[in-house]
Design a protein around this ligand. Structure first.
Ligand code: NAD
Length: 496
């Protein structure tokens, strides 16, 4: 069993805290690591390192910063399968899916390689006679990133490439459930030539998070996790005067109109519902079958879902285990509750076993039909391999259902009617919309984020929102001395 600690000022650090948490391989149930949970002093050590490093990193040239980013990009690209294996060992997602996560993070690194262009300000010559005005973007200082378990590499990479490229320094607090990917990334930064202290990792729980939220040394917080914690982080962080973006939970609906290609829609629902065992914030968890498509669609979805091979992500499986035994049991309880409330269990994953791995946290793909909006399986984010089908008569009912939902992360519509797709993108109250695309995660040069209870704050991740979030602007008004500019003038300055 390995001992897992922090990464502070370019070195692995055990910290002074006596508190630890076990890290588990979800496919075997075996405890593989003992994680140090930071106390306040350990967290402050990381913040102090980031503060010291900021003084020189903020002054490093754009050329130097981009050279480090390009080197980091090259190393990550070369070794992506190594990182994917680290993710699978603690998260459980299958190797191909872990590789996909790394690749989507890599895209943000590539976007950040263009940071000199992204940081350019504006310039107006002769705004007043012989007076120029221009704007410059400057880094904020040390920033904190607090990550969830489900994307231990990609979610931090939504933020840190731009944060670092813009001249900030970082303290990353990974999830306690899969802490090793962050340490792997820290070592890679060092190899890429990033100065010590610019990127730090502090392992921990609420104690570390609260210190990051309260400590005046941290200037901004990027959080991703469940909605109650996102709201808490947003409120506490902004109360301490910080800039906060806090991305929360989701309940993503996929609408299938009667004219849709049902084979395409069934493939999409299964891929988006059961990929990563449903533990994605952009997973489809509700299929909204419109008009007469439900019977046919449910048959096609169930037939496909029944063929999914569940097992250890390092082998040939298509779907891995859930993150912990407690989470696995909670998801199974939601299925029980749905069944009791009258949902029809078309495919039941509750009794799944996997040969040779009796202690893994297994739950097979489950399809519930005739789910109603009053059932807990509909109202709550389940975060597991459970696809609920809600039947409605019209397009209007489908949109009203989505707009009444408290979450607004992602949604999709499947149709061959361009007008319906266009109307949907206009009317639906959700931050990321797919038209015949089930998981509409925007590319790095657009911004990622939901609406309503899926995001607290006004900045989404990466893209132009990311550049704005990690910089503050200064407007400079300049006049170079000229003998004609003398004299007293006590009135408010006006342009001449
Ligand atoms: P979580 O909210 O339990 O944990 C997220 C982070 O908050 C972790 O680092 C954890 O250590 C910390 N934390 C947990 N409890 C805390 C507390 N009481 N005080 C302070 N910090 C605390 O989330 P999770 O289970 O790790 O991740 C799954 C959730 O994340 C799902 O709800 C999912 O939808 C969401 N998520 C959202 C997005 C998005 O883009 N909106 C992306 C990925 C995951």
């Amino acid at each position: 069993m390995q001992s897992i600690g922090h990464w502070i000022d370019g070195k692995p650090v055990r910290g002074s805290s006596e508190t630890t948490a076990p890290v588990t391989n979800p496919a075997t149930g075996a405890v593989t690591g003992e994680l140090a949970l930071a106390n306040v002093a350990d967290t402050r050590a990381a913040i102090d390192a980031a503060t010291v490093a900021f003084a020189s990193w903020r002054d490093s040239s754009l050329t130097r910063r981009t050279q480090v980013l390009f080197r980091f990009r090259e190393l990550l690209s070369e070794r992506r399968t190594e990182l994917a294996a680290v993710i699978t060992a603690e998260h459980g997602k299958v190797a191909a899916d872990a590789l996909g996560e790394v690749t989507r993070g890599l895209e943000v690194v590539e976007f950040a390689c263009g940071v000199p262009h992204l940081l350019k300000g504006g310039f107006s010559e002769n705004a007043s006679t012989d007076v120029d005005i221009y704007s410059i973007r400057q880094p904020l200082g040390p920033v904190a990133i607090i990550a969830p378990f489900n994307f231990p590499a990609m979610v931090p990479m939504w933020f840190f490439p731009l944060a670092i490229g813009a001249g900030n320094t970082v303290v990353l607090k990974p999830s306690e459930k899969d802490p090793s990917a962050a340490l792997w990334l820290a070592r890679l930064w060092q190899e890429a030539g990033l100065p010590d202290g610019v990127f730090n990792v502090v392992q921990g729980d609420k104690v570390a998070v609260d210190e990051l939220l309260d400590n005046p040394g941290i200037k901004a917080v990027s959080f991703v996790g469940s909605t109650p914690i996102a709201k808490y982080v947003y409120q506490r962080g902004t109360a301490a005067g910080k800039r906060v973006q806090a991305l929360g939970g989701a309940k993503n609906h996929m609408v299938v109109l009667p004219d849709a290609d049902l084979d395409l829609a069934a493939d999409a629902a299964v891929n988006a519902g059961f990929g990563s065992a449903g533990e994605r914030c952009m997973a489809i968890s509700v299929v909204v079958a419109v008009g007469g498509v439900a019977d046919d669609l449910v048959t096609r979805i169930s037939a496909r879902a029944a063929r999914i091979v569940t097992g250890d992500g390092t082998g040939g499986a298509e779907m891995g285990p859930l993150i912990t035994r407690a989470h696995r049991d909670r998801v199974a309880e939601y299925i029980d509750a749905g069944e009791t409330a009258g949902a029809r269990v078309v495919l039941d994953g509750r009794n799944l076993t996997v040969d040779g791995a009796p202690d893994g946290f297994w739950l097979g793909p489950t399809v519930l039909d005739e789910v109603t909006p009053a059932m807990s399986v509909y109202t709550d984010e389940i975060f597991g391999p459970v696809l609920s089908v809600v039947r409605v008569d019209t397009y209007e009912e489908a949109v009203a259902l989505i707009n009444a939902n408290r979450y607004g992360n992602g949604t999709a519509i499947f149709t061959n009617d361009g007008g319906a797709g266009r109307r949907f993108q206009h009317e639906v109250e959700v931050g990321m919309v797919g038209i015949n695309v089930p998981i509409p995660v925007p590319m790095a040069y657009f911004s990622f984020g939901g609406w309503k209870n899926s995001l607290f704050g006004d900045s989404h991740a990466h893209g132009t929102d990311g550049v704005h979030f990690f910089t503050r602007t200064k407007a400079v008004t300049a006049r170079w001395l000229d003998p004609s500019h003398g004299g007293l003038e006590l009135g408010f300055p006006q342009n001449k």
